[in-house]
Design a protein around this ligand. Structure first.
Ligand SMILES: Cc1cc2nc3c(=O)[nH]c(=O)nc-3n(C[C@H](O)[C@H](O)[C@H](O)COP(=O)(O)OP(=O)(O)OC[C@H]3O[C@@H](n4cnc5c(N)ncnc54)[C@H](O)[C@@H]3O)c2cc1C
Length: 432
């Protein structure tokens, strides 16, 4: 066997945060390993860029963190950065785009209260919201808010699973309170540089065989890789696109196909001045922290300014609205976003220094959105089943995290936990 095809103890599929975090633990255990990554870069849904003129960094994928997200906070510091606060003014309001009223208190209560609402287990999240909220306006706001939060339109999501995901969030803190002082790819580069083995880029795993206790992973470039154990650190929907040997397929397929991809378009607008800090609400000047659009399901806008950086607004467009908009021209999307901002904040929205969109829809390897969700016909036990090893293989990804699912922190924790389980099983199998 050449070095490339030599059998190792563990193969890690995917070099997103879950894969890198798993690799770090396996690396420390002394087991032999390799990492197969489908694309030409590590980081997955963590992807830093900068504005067109290269003057300031922008996060095109994940961006925000809070202080309870301890794994990520530690890595931000280890990689030479620190946390900066997301600027939020006291007494800021969360506007409903249509009525221009402050719906901050309602938005804060929706997560909290819906978790404790009576839910028929097979209902969609949309139906659960309809049962729970009293008037049509609040219903539209709640649906739009959850569509943005989950990046899947609420009629497609299994309520029971989504509510269980919210319970796993594990923090009293808002998820937007802090950001890294520099680019998050610094964390990705730091994690990659600490590993003894180099990541094998452009190695998408297409099929998996399993015979006599040995895995063979075939990548689309015609190579085969052998291992005793495998950590599939990829989104469940990406897993559903891999062709598995019969026994593995019978076990994994019902859980992998229980997920639906998210969809999100993130648009960052950078300004000279934070004009939205002086919004005229009934003759009183108030700072706007966010805007929710009940008439455009899945659209919200946040003040994403970071301490010491340019003032910035970020529009998040999630779910079916994102799917519709990607079919239109970039110019149409641009106009759509500016029109929606102008509706609420006036003509000053035109005076941006920089406008940048990033699209996370229907990607064969990242899935899409912030994460996938269990769909209405899916099995609610899927996260638990997929994070439990089967025949020395296991899945890891933010969707499966026991804490902070859907977030970078969840991906890191899920990878770490999967690696610990696999190392233990490999050690035990060696003793037999
Ligand atoms: C626009 C946007 C904004 C976000 N904002 C935030 C935020 O503010 N805060 C936050 O905490 N989180 C945020 N998130 C979510 C966060 O980015 C993800 O939860 C996290 O990065 C997921 O990590 P992962 O390792 O589970 O999956 P991924 O990042 O998707 O990584 C999976 C990796 O596996 C590889 N792969 C897949 N299939 C194969 C295959 N067959 N063979 C080989 N390799 C394969 C992929 O190429 C990829 O590199 C955001 C996400 C997006 C898109």
């Amino acid at each position: 066997m050449s070095r490339e095809t030599e059998a190792v103890e563990v193969i890690i599929v995917g070099a997103g945060l879950a894969g890198l975090s798993a690799a770090r633990v396996v690396d420390g255990s002394g087991l032999s390993y390799k990492i197969l990554e489908a694309t030409d870069r590590a980081g997955g849904k963590v992807y830093s860029g900068c504005n067109e003129l290269g003057e300031y960094p922008l996060e095109l994928g994940a961006q925000f963190v809070n202080k309870d997200m301890t794994e990520l906070t530690r890595l931000i510091e280890e990689s030479g950065m620190h946390l900066k606060r997301t600027v939020s003014k006291p007494d800021s309001v969360y506007l409903h785009a249509k009525t221009r009223t402050d719906v901050g208190a309602f938005i804060e209560s929706v997560d909290e209260e819906i978790v404790h609402s009576e839910t028929d287990t097979r209902l969609s999240l949309a139906q659960t919201i309809e049962d729970w909220v009293e008037n049509e306006q609040e219903e539209a706001i709640a649906k739009s808010f959850f569509t943005e939060e989950s990046t899947v339109s609420t009629e497609h999501i299994l309520a029971e699973s989504f509510l269980e995901t919210i319970e796993r969030y594990a923090s009293e803190l808002d998820d937007l309170t802090h950001q890294a002082s520099g680019q998050l790819t610094q964390v990705v580069d730091y994690l990659s540089s600490q590993l003894k083995e180099e990541i094998l880029f452009n190695h998408p795993v297409e099929s998996v065989e399993y015979e006599d206790g040995l895995y063979t992973l075939n990548t689309s470039n015609g190579k085969s890789h052998h291992a005793k154990a495998v950590i599939f650190a990829i989104p469940p929907t990406a897993g559903s696109r891999i062709k598995f040997q019969e026994e593995l397929k019978t076990y994994y397929e019902p859980f992998l196909t229980s997920y639906i991809d998210g969809s999100v378009i993130k648009v960052s607008l950078t300004y000279e001045q934070p004009f939205w800090h002086h919004y005229d609400m009934n003759g009183k000047s108030v700072p706007v922290e966010g805007i929710v659009y009940g008439d455009y399901d899945g659209l919200s806008v946040s003040d994403s300014s970071k301490e010491g950086d340019h003032p910035r607004l970020t529009a998040f467009i999630g779910g079916d609205l994102a799917k519709d908009l990607v079919e239109r021209s970039e110019q149409d999307r641009h106009q759509f976003v500016l029109d929606r901002l102008r509706d609420v904040l006036g003509d000053q929205v035109e005076e941006y220094l920089d406008y940048r969109e990033s699209i996370w829809v229907d990607h064969p390897y990242y899935g899409g959105g912030y994460s996938g969700q269990v769909h209405v016909a899916g099995l609610p036990e899927s996260p638990d089943k997929l994070r439990t090893p089967f025949k020395l293989s296991v899945f890891a990804s933010t969707e499966l995290a026991e804490a902070f699912p859907g977030f970078m922190e969840g991906a890191l924790r899920s990878g770490k936990s999967a690696a610990e389980k696999i190392i233990d099983l490999v050690d035990r199998s060696d003793k037999h």
